[in-house]
Design a protein around this ligand. Structure first.
Ligand code: ZN
Length: 450
């Protein structure tokens, strides 16, 4: 198989989400150029054929919320068995000691784990910039380029320390001026506006309880002026609603509107504790929601009202969330979690396997403000994942596409991003994963000791 073929035919997949391309798809450079019906041939000669008769073909999965650095504090002893606020307070002092090398290696770990699980676009929310770590996002970009995954990196921020009524320790916060200047710099240096963009920047105050009202407003203005998206955590727990009411005298959605964020530039992580009237307002404004089922279950935060939000007009996507509250970065695993958790709320008839896949592909793409990814269609980016059902967990399964979720697939066999193979035979292409894992283990140990 050649990585640089001009036209590749992914031929006769075992199964897919749409029988319109039962004969496969043709990819030219980084674009899907033809869908082939069953028993048909491509209209033009191809340079390479990938026989997919043993593979389920899906659009590359899109992770709409993560904190890569948290892979260094998975199952962290002092944060175990806690809800969100005490969990955060246990971890903030640890995260305050992150180093540039830790950012580089934890980013590699998170991105490799995502790619290996069928993910082709990853969004990250990084909001820790203690002294020495001012270039955390630049480091993430360098790693994403090396690994060839598409990224939406959100420039997070915290400006309210513990002594100002916020949650984070003072050493982890920055001034509004520093935050806005660096946001401008990152957008100018890295944000790609065009279709097929591999790197985009968004602006992302950590949460209403970690930045000032002025910074929320200034961030919304800057995002509008430079035409980038806005992201934050919202309505994750009841604690947060109480905090908002106490601090600002209003509920989280009212606050969001108050600071100029209730619009279609915004996507929110979690979005659990909304009342009916708030859901209608969010839907009318087309605010996107990144549903993070594993994290919501682990921190006992609650269940996102996904279908109600979608019916109201919100795009709904999926995210693995930070790896200290999941504690993995397995994207196909997260699609299964969404299916299971949302069935408890809405029943099996409404929450189908197709619905769960839709959240993780088209839904996440819409959260990120994109229509060039998240779908297998002519003209879309060639981002695909192929799953092989050759493990014991699939033995005896009937519907291959449903089996990927119901039998609990954990790894893709092949993953292509923008027309280039990044995973082949279940392994990263040209990446020494053992070396990265060894470094991560050693850095996590030193962070725990710091
Ligand atoms: Zn998060």
């Amino acid at each position: 198989m050649q990585a640089n073929s001009q036209r590749i035919w992914i031929k006769n997949p075992l199964d897919s989400l749409d029988q319109a391309y039962a004969g496969g798809i043709v990819i030219q450079n980084d674009i899907i150029v033809e869908l082939i019906k069953a028993r048909n041939q491509p209209s033009q000669a191809v340079d390479d054929v990938v026989d997919a008769r043993d593979h389920v073909l899906i659009p590359g999965l899109i992770n709409s919320h993560h904190h890569f650095y948290q892979t260094l504090t998975r199952a962290f002893p002092t944060a175990l068995n806690k809800n969100l606020f005490p969990w955060l307070q246990s971890l903030y002092p640890v995260w305050a000691n992150l180093t540039p090398e830790m950012i580089a290696v934890s980013t590699q770990i998170a991105l490799c784990e995502l790619l290996l699980s069928g993910c082709t676009t990853a969004s990250d929310h990084h909001y820790l910039f203690p002294d020495g770590l001012e270039h955390a996002i630049d480091i993430q970009i360098e790693q994403a380029k090396k690994l060839g995954i598409r990224v939406h990196l959100t420039r997070g921020s915290m400006s309210l320390g513990e002594d100002q009524g916020g949650l984070p320790p003072r050493t982890t916060i920055q001034t509004d001026f520093e935050i806005l200047e660096d946001s401008r710099r990152l957008i100018k240096n890295y944000h790609q506006y065009e279709d097929g963009a591999m790197i985009r920047i968004a602006l992302a105050p950590c949460s209403p309880f970690s930045v000032s009202e002025e910074l929320m407003r200034a961030t919304a203005d800057l995002a509008q002026n430079l035409d980038v998206r806005l992201h934050t955590h919202l309505a994750e727990t009841h604690d947060e609603t109480e905090f908002c009411e106490k601090m600002f005298g209003m509920r989280p959605v009212d606050y969001l509107e108050h600071v100029g964020w209730l619009n279609n530039r915004t996507w929110l992580a979690h979005g659990i504790h909304f009342n009916e009237e708030e859901i209608a307002r969010l839907g009318k404004a087309n605010v996107g929601i990144a549903h993070c089922p594993s994290s919501n279950m682990l921190l006992a935060s609650g269940q996102c009202p996904t279908l109600a939000l979608q019916e109201a007009g919100c795009p709904v996507g999926l995210g693995v969330d930070g790896s200290a509250s999941n504690d993995g970065s397995n994207m196909i695993g997260e699609v299964r979690q969404a299916l299971l958790l949302q069935r408890l709320r809405y029943g099996a008839r409404k929450i189908t396997h197709q619905k769960a896949f839709e959240w993780a592909t088209k839904g996440s793409a819409a959260c990120l403000g994109r229509d060039d990814i998240g779908e297998i269609a002519v003209g879309k980016q060639a981002d695909i994942a192929l799953f092989k059902l050759d493990e014991i967990r699939f033995a005896g399964s009937g519907s291959p596409i449903a089996a990927v979720l119901l039998c609990g697939a954990t790894k893709a066999d092949k993953v292509m991003v923008a027309g280039k193979w990044r995973v082949l035979d279940g392994q990263m292409v040209d990446v020494d994963l053992d070396d990265i894992i060894a470094k991560q283990i050693s850095l996590a140990a030193s962070l725990a000791r710091a």
